[in-house]
Design a binder for this molecule. Structure first.
Ligand code: DQA
Length: 155
C-alpha cells in the first residue's frame, strides 16, 4: 500500500542534512580531532536514522558559502527541518545564520568535536542563537542525535 492515507510517512517532508567547508575531508583531516569516519559514513548514518524514523533525507556538502546559502533558500517549503554542521562558518558567518532563518523550520546544529574544549575562537557560534538545539563533541553520532531530536520536534 503506497497511498497517502495508509502511509504515515507519505506527507512528511524530508530532512535536509548540510555540511560546511572542509567536511568533505572527514576521515583524513585531523583524525585525532574528527575521527576516522568519512562524510559518506555520516550520510549513511543519517539516512539510516532518518529512514528508521520515517523520514527521507537530502544531504549536501559544500566549501562555498554562497552555494550553501542558495541551497538553504531553495529548501523553503520542501524540508521538515535542517541538520547542519556549519564547520568554520559557525564562527564567522552572519550571512549563513540569516539564511537559516528563511525556511522557518527547526535547525539542529552539530559539531563533531567539542568546540568548547578547543580554541577560544570556536566558542562563539552565529548559528546557535537560531538553532533549536546544539550537539557538540559526540563524534559523528551527533548527527544521529540531531535527526532523532528533529523528528521529535516535527513528528
Ligand atoms: C566543526 C568545528 C569547527 O570549529 C571547525 O571549523 C570544523 C568542524 C566540528 O564538527 O567539530 O570545521 O564544526
Amino acid at each position: 500500500m503506497s497511498d497517502a492515507t495508509s502511509d504515515p510517512t507519505a506527507q512528511r517532508l524530508p530532512i535536509l542534512l548540510l555540511n560546511g567547508p572542509n567536511l568533505n575531508t572527514l576521515g583524513t583531516r585531523e583524525p585525532e580531532i574528527y575521527g576516522s569516519d568519512t562524510l559518506a559514513d555520516v550520510v549513511e548514518l543519517a539516512e539510516r536514522t532518518a529512514a528508521e524514523l520515517g523520514f527521507g533525507l537530502r544531504a549536501a556538502q559544500t566549501n562555498h558559502e554562497g552555494q550553501m546559502i542558495d541551497w538553504i533558500h531553495e529548501s523553503v517549503g520542501k524540508v521538515s527541518g535542517i541538520v547542519i554542521n556549519p564547520a568554520g562558518w559557525t564562527h564567522t558567518s552572519v550571512a549563513l545564520a540569516d539564511a537559516l532563518v528563511v525556511p522557518g523550520v527547526p535547525i539542529l546544529e552539530v559539531h563533531i568535536s567539542n568546540v568548547h574544549r578547543r580554541e577560544a575562537f570556536r566558542h562563539h557560534s552565529y548559528v546557535s542563537p537560531i538553532a533549536e538545539g546544539v550537539i557538540a563533541g559526540c563524534g559523528i553520532r551527533g548527527y544521529e542525535f540531531a535527526i532523532r531530536r528533529l523528528a521529535e520536534l516535527v513528528g
